[in-house]
Design a protein around this ligand. Structure first.
Ligand code: KIV
Ligand code: ZN
Length: 537
């Protein structure tokens, strides 16, 4: 990052055009329903451990998310335990558990969310002709009967029941009205009309909400909700159009994580509503200065890196490169910035401590970056910081973030790298000798590959005795300069399961080996057979 960018990022928070609380009325309040831990975690490769889910839930709760969808309790014991743990842990948000329109699903979801201060059962059934004919093999009348029965069952377990019409945007409007009417009569308090396949366009989405809310007789007894997927890149636009049409809950995920092209990104809908309150007179209770940290935590937990030019939270979202933009920014930041970096929690990238810095200074820096580590994790992170400071002249905030995310993300790994030596010769041999510890037991292997990375990855496969398929391998610099840490990202597929791994190290080959091992560890986490068959959109 240039000095100019540093100075720009370091300026004080500017005025953000936002309606004051006194001008806002409750009817303009938009509830934020985060589904990072359910729809987000369903993206192939985004599986999170229980500890990671708890960290994400705590982050969402702290930033003011109204409802956290913590998982799909029937999918596996792991999912059930995660929903229970989140329900017990979260202090203020409502905790939701997903259930198909099946008696056992609803009972299981009820069992999981009863531990929350406020628990919600979120049950769904498909309503579109294509789903009814090919997936469910049910008639419209049969679907109406299912809605009445399952919503009533959920309402017997909890007071807060959300009902979703899966594939609502491809459902004939008259049938959709019958479904919504039935769900509200049976006791649903929130009605969600998902754009499951990302097919809607904003104007038609607006009209769908307007018409349903305007014509279903008891529509005022429920809050309407949007849930948009991003297949055509319109998830955020469609969500906001739904709000203009009368919806007051947006279902979204941090970083837009989610099935296929993902869900509407929480940070985008929230900042759009805040920045353009003049055009969209609605508000949320999200503390926007937490957005950048939430993005980092979810990226690390899911091992899904954030694209550089991602709105709000991408590395380049507030970077100004062209001369004319930089000139304008120096004269007045509002020339090219519609919101301040500080308003989403981005602080100036500073040069931090060197090898003489002590524990107290490192702890302070971690706190400033939003990390609270337990004793063991802190000691490990501090040791790695010292090693890094010995090898690298300048240690930046980004280096520390990469180091801690890496440390936290690999904490439970059963297979660990102990030692590695790579020999590489132009036109000659590329060989890797590696010592790994598997559940504490060390073994050493040597492998010759067509290149260094091939030799490393093949050595690991040989040592572990499994042959996962490499889906993705990417390396990037954490900061600029040839002494920058390398951040490696690997995605593997094994027996139908996909998992991602990350690692940051000054040496690219070591980073690659550790990222591969991190993905390997995760792909072997048992998710339970039911999880594979019980995925929702
Ligand atoms: O996209 C969808 O339809 C869903 C439902 C389960 C709400 O995720
Ligand atoms: Zn979905």
């Amino acid at each position: 990052m240039s000095g100019l960018q540093n100075r720009i990022l370091g300026r004080p928070i500017g005025k953000v055009p936002i309606m004051s609380a006194t001008t806002q009325s409750n009817k303009d309040r938009v509830f934020i329903f985060d589904t990072t831990l359910r729809d987000g975690e369903q993206s192939p490769g985004a599986t999170m451990t229980l500890e990671e889910k708890l960290q994400v839930a705590e982050t969402l709760d702290d930033m003011g998310v109204d409802i956290i969808e913590a998982g799909f309790p029937i999918a596996s014991n792991g999912d059930f335990e995660a929903v229970v743990a989140v329900a017990k842990h979260v202090k203020r948000a409502t905790v939701a558990g997903l259930a198909r329109a099946i008696t056992a699903d609803i009972d299981r979801a009820g069992e999981a969310v009863r531990h929350a201060r406020r628990g919600r059962i979120h049950t769904f059934v498909s309503t579109s002709p294509i789903h009814l004919a090919h997936q469910m093999k049910k008639t419209e009348d049969e679907v109406i009967e299912i809605i009445a029965r399952t919503v009533a069952q959920a309402r017997n377990l909890v007071d807060d029941v959300e009902w979703s019409a899966m594939d609502a945007t491809r459902t004939p409007i008259e049938f959709l009205k019958r479904c919504v009417d039935t769900a509200i009569k049976a006791g649903a308090t929130t009605i969600n009309l998902p754009d499951t396949v990302g097919y809607a366009v904003p104007d038609e989405h607006f009209r769908m909400f307007k018409e349903i809310i305007g014509s279903v007789p008891n529509a005022d007894k429920a809050i309407f909700s949007v849930h948009c997927h991003n297949d055509l890149g319109m998830a955020v636009a469609n969500s906001l159009a739904g709000v203009a049409g009368g919806a007051r809950q947006i279902e979204c995920t941090i970083n837009g994580l989610g099935e296929r092209a993902g869900n509407a990104a929480l940070e985008e809908v929230v900042m759009a509503l805040r920045t353009r309150a003049d055009a969209m007179p609605y508000y949320t209770e999200i503390e926007t200065t937490h957005l950048s940290r939430a993005s980092r935590i979810v990226a690390a937990a899911s091992n899904f890196p954030v694209q550089y030019n991602k709105a709000i939270v991408g590395k380049n979202a507030f970077a100004h490169e062209s001369g004319i933009h930089q000139d304008g920014m120096l004269k007045n930041a509002e020339t090219y910035e519609i919101m301040t970096p500080a308003s989403v929690g981005i602080k100036e990238t500073t040069l931090v401590m060197g090898k003489h810095s002590g524990r107290a200074a490192f702890k302070d820096k971690l706190r400033e970056l939003g990390y609270e580590l337990g004793d063991n994790a802190f000691q490990e992170a501090f040791q790695r910081f010292k090693d890094l400071a010995d090898r690298k002249k300048h240690v930046y905030d980004a280096d520390i973030i990469a180091l801690v995310d890496d440390e936290v993300g690999s904490a439970g790994d059963r297979i660990k790298l102990v030692d590695m030596e790579v020999v590489s010769k132009t036109g000659g041999v590329h060989s890797c000798t590696m010592t790994l510890s598997v559940d504490g037991e060390e073994s050493t292997v040597t492998y010759d590959g067509t290149g260094s990375v091939d030799a490393i990855f093949s050595a690991i496969k040989q040592a572990v005795g499994q042959q996962p398929h490499l889906v993705l391998y990417a390396v990037d610099g954490v900061t600029g300069g040839t002494d920058a840490q390398a951040s490696a990202h690997v995605r593997l597929e094994l027996n139908g399961r996909i998992a991602s791994g990350n690692a940051a190290e000054p040496d690219t080959l070591v980073a690659s080996a550790r990222a591969y091992l991190n993905a390997f560890n995760r792909v072997m986490i048992e998710r339970g057979a039911a999880a594979q068959g019980a995925m929702a959109g």
